[in-house]
Design a protein around this ligand. Structure first.
Ligand code: ADP
Length: 166
């Protein structure tokens, strides 16, 4: 069974992430979305909240699961018996960082390969940070996120501080 892991922060999941999820699910028997629980990185949503948001979004995709993880991605991938790591590339700016991580991971775990999905053009500008920036000013994020999570993202700002630190 070919298991792939798609690791990331997903704070929150966007239509760009979803596009990569749908496409990468086709090359694996099981795709596990690994939500990185990284205390050093200030996130708008807790790891559990991010998992719950993703659960709503992937409900109808049969071979995709989501869970939180901490620590090194390759350790997690080995634990899950994965042979592939999935990452997305939006622009040249992503490339240098992603290349460095992929090469380091391959050095540490030669049995695991990273595969890259280039973004669909309509999502090439899209990132979780942009979504948060727009939502914090009450702007329209409906075309950037899966519909079922839009209200939850707005609510986060209405209920809390406006700088994403809640
Ligand atoms: P990180 O894992 O760096 O904290 P994210 O959780 O935002 O970042 O993204 C996880 C992965 O999804 C990364 O490989 C990132 O390049 C990719 N990604 C994010 N947004 C898009 C998009 N709009 N199109 C394609 N790939 C994307």
């Amino acid at each position: 069974m070919r298991i792939a892991i798609y690791p990331g922060s997903f704070d929150p999941i966007t239509l760009g992430h979803l596009d990569v999820i749908k496409r990468s699910a086709k090359i694996a028997d099981l795709l596990i979305i690994g939500v990185l629980n990284n205390n050093a990185k200030r996130a708008l949503f807790t790891a559990d909240e991010r998992v719950e948001l993703i659960q709503r979004v992937i409900r109808d995709i049969p071979n995709v699961q989501v869970e939180a993880f901490a620590g090194l991605t390759i350790d997690y991938a080995r634990e899950r018996g994965a042979s592939l790591l999935v990452r997305g590339l939006r622009a040249v700016t992503d490339f240098e960082y992603e290349l460095q991580i992929a090469q380091t991971n391959h050095k540490l775990a030669p049995e695991i390969d990273t595969v890259f999905f280039t973004t669909s053009v309509q999502y090439s500008y899209l990132s979780s940070s942009i979504v948060k920036e727009i939502a914090s000013f009450g702007g329209d994020i409906r075309q950037l996120l899966p519909e079922c999570i839009v209200q939850t993202v707005y609510d986060k700002y209405i209920g809390g501080s406006m700088d994403g630190s809640k």
